[in-house]
Design a binder for this molecule. Structure first.
Ligand code: FES
Ligand code: FES
Length: 167
């Protein structure tokens, strides 16, 4: 099996490795980098538990080879909190009880993060559509939707405060 050098940024840090061509990105993250916050629920692109951001776009990392991430910027759940502060999405899941077993949560949060970057003031229907590729076996989704709504409000409040501070 041929091996390839890969070099990419993961959560802002440059990482390099030599990987088999068939190694999936999710295994590279979990096994080579010990970033086990990205979960594997199905391995067949069905559940979304393995969702990470690749150059800002949500991808199911069980469907991407590590070599395909060469030169890319990858963000995982471990990079979402900043300076010891929970991201508004993490806070929203906590406040609105958006999780039970938590297995789907990292993937949900990564999907929602990319979604809110493109639609900062979403309708409930748009949120439901955005997370439709992420399966949750526990919550019935309503609490997850509320968590994303909480995050949208908080992010908008934070951006108004930043604008006022720089005005
Ligand atoms: S583990 Fe990747 S979609 Fe389920
Ligand atoms: S909280 Fe258990 S699968 Fe979503």
């Amino acid at each position: 099996m041929s091996r390839h050098d890969v070099s990419l940024t993961v959560n802002g840090e440059q990482v390099t490795g030599q990987v088999e061509a068939r190694l999936l990105l999710v295994h590279f993250l979990r096994e080579n980098l010990s970033l086990t916050g990205t979960h594997i629920g199905c391995d067949t692109t069905s559940c979304g538990a393995c969702t990470v951001l690749l150059d800002g776009e949500p991808v199911k990392s069980c469907t991407v080879f590590a070599v395909q991430a060469q030169g890319a910027r990858v963000e995982t759940i471990e990079g979402v909190a900043q300076d010891g502060q929970l991201h508004p999405l993490q806070e929203g899941f906590w406040e609105k009880h958006g999780l039970q077993c938590g297995y789907c949560t990292p993937g949900m949060i990564m999907t929602a993060k990319a979604f809110l970057a493109s639609d900062p003031d979403p309708s409930e229907e748009a949120i439901r559509r955005a997370i439709s590729g992420n399966l949750c076996r526990c919550t019935g989704y309503n609490k997850i939707v509320e968590a994303v709504q909480y995050a949208a409000r908080k992010l908008s409040q934070q951006s108004s405060e930043k604008e006022e501070a720089t005005a």
